[in-house]
Design a protein around this ligand. Structure first.
Ligand SMILES: [Fe+2]
Length: 463
């Protein structure tokens, strides 16, 4: 049954994030023994996992990337020198109901339209689409498809089947960032969550056994609902940048934008002691941050944090300046100033900074990012490798649209892995680059059996 008020279909053909390398993939496959160019290390066993927005049916109402879309998780599994591929939708109740109906029922989340009892029954009527489509995180035996400020879905590692929504023993009771951080030394998973109502910010800790060590704990000192996408973690602190992108519920209810850029507020930085002590607040000029690379404590008590700094959040302001990004290293003195140094010199519009996850909370010397290379493809099309000790950066431009690089530890030589799609042929490949010499190009390239839409974040899951 179609609701008379159901929004009209989105104009797919003219939507930049529903066409080309972003076009949704609706086929689910399991394919073994994929064609490989080069050679996969025999000792390498595990899966490269990646999540991303991928609407199950053609969207209705509106489609705002990267907020909308259902989650689709892609797994490239490596063992004995062979590669296999599997992909599955994250089957939320909304995806299941839409599959029964054979079409989209829920509209884009910025629309305000929700389905009726007649359409979806009493349990789902009035709900908004759940969006566990941003990241995939493995911790304490839980493989979780992560959403923005919401509870994740558990997936079965063996076949990516959706199992259930989880609150992780209460630690994610009010939700979680899609970018929690795992301390590789303590085995703890540390997370924050922002809310539209007080308390506007909480933090939680999950122990290495999966139990809640700290349930959601309010962060004092934030009195406005604010969007915060990512966090960094050191041995002592949770590091949060409170950039001035505010939720404006009054504007949203009167036809305006839900999110409002308020540069006059500046950026505030919260250093939240992991031992539960009082939060240290720092201030600096307004910037926007989607993603952090890593952070660590210095012997003098200061904190070093590497992140991608944007001039402002694109699409939320009419700032006349060009919106640019750079990899930046900031030194945060808990008692004083913030000093920032730009690391990247040549990369343009870089994003998705990653380090070897075994070095989270500790000093690292390598960061990889994705950026816009030479040429006019319009897509992020090059991988950049920044050596912070040597002060050098190298680039590999494969001639395709390329996604987030993930560090893959290997006894036969560490690797970076990334998925790319040729915008002409629409063929997707998985590239493995030697971490010691990534600019030399792939040591192995795996041909994927179907197109993998350009997406968001992933992880390496050792077997
Ligand atoms: Fe993200």
């Amino acid at each position: 049954m179609t609701s008379p008020t159901r929004p009209a279909p989105v104009d797919l053909a003219h939507h930049s994030h529903l066409t080309g390398v972003y076009a949704p993939q609706r086929t689910e496959v399991d394919v073994d023994d994929l064609p490989v160019t080069g050679s996969l290390p025999e000792s390498l066993r595990g899966s490269y996992l990646r999540n991303g927005p991928n609407p199950r049916f053609d969207p209705i109402g509106s489609y705002v990337y990267p907020l909308d879309g259902d989650g689709m998780v892609h797994a490239i599994s490596l063992a004995d020198g062979k590669a296999a591929y599997r992909n599955r939708f994250v089957r939320t109740p909304m995806v299941i109901a839409e599959e029964a109906a054979g079409q989209a029922i829920w509209s884009g989340i910025t629309d305000g339209h929700t389905p009726s009892v007649a359409e979806v029954g009493p349990d789902l009527a009035g709900t908004v689409r759940e969006l566990p489509d941003i990241n995939i995180v493995s911790h304490a035996g839980r493989l979780m498809a992560m959403a923005e400020a919401d509870r994740p879905y558990l997936l079965a590692p063996a076949d990516l089947a959706t199992l259930a929504r989880t609150d992780c023993d209460g630690a994610m009771r009010v939700g979680s960032t899609a970018h929690p951080k795992i301390d590789p030394v303590t085995g703890e998973l540390v997370l924050f969550n922002y809310g539209l109502e007080a308390p506007f910010l909480t933090w939680s800790v999950i122990g290495p056994d999966g139990s809640a060590v700290r349930t959601p704990t309010p962060v004092e000192g934030l009195d406005t609902p604010t969007m915060i996408h990512d966090m960094a973690l050191t041995e002592r602190y949770i590091v949060l940048f409170i950039c001035p992108l505010r939720f404006d519920l009054v504007a949203a209810m009167t036809g305006g934008s839900l999110l409002s850029w308020r540069p006059d507020d500046g950026t505030r930085i919260a250093l939240i002691p992991r031992d539960g002590g009082p939060v240290r607040w720092l201030t600096m000029d307004p910037i926007w941050v989607w993603h952090f690379a890593n952070a660590f404590d210095n012997p003098d008590g200061s904190v070093t944090v590497d992140y991608v700094e944007w001039t402002y959040p694109n699409g939320f302001t009419d700032d006349p300046r060009r919106d640019t990004s750079a990899l930046v290293r900031a030194r945060l003195d808990p008692n004083g100033p913030v000093t920032r140094t730009t690391i990247s010199e040549k990369a343009v519009n870089l994003e998705f900074p990653r380090v070897d996850d075994r070095l989270l909370t500790r000093d690292h010397h390598r960061v990889a990012t994705v950026a816009k290379g030479p040429g006019d493809s319009g897509d992020l099309d090059s991988l950049w490798f920044h050596d912070l000790q040597a002060g050098t950066e190298t680039c590999w431009t494969p001639g395709v649209a390329i996604g987030e690089p993930i560090f893959i530890p290997s006894a036969d030589g560490d690797l970076w892995g990334a998925i790319g799609t040729d915008p002409e042929s629409m063929r997707s490949r998985f590239y493995l680059l030697a971490a010691d010499d990534p600019a030399a190009g792939p040591v192995a390239t795996v041909d994927l059996p179907i197109r993998v839409p350009a997406g968001l974040h992933g992880a390496w899951l050792p077997a």
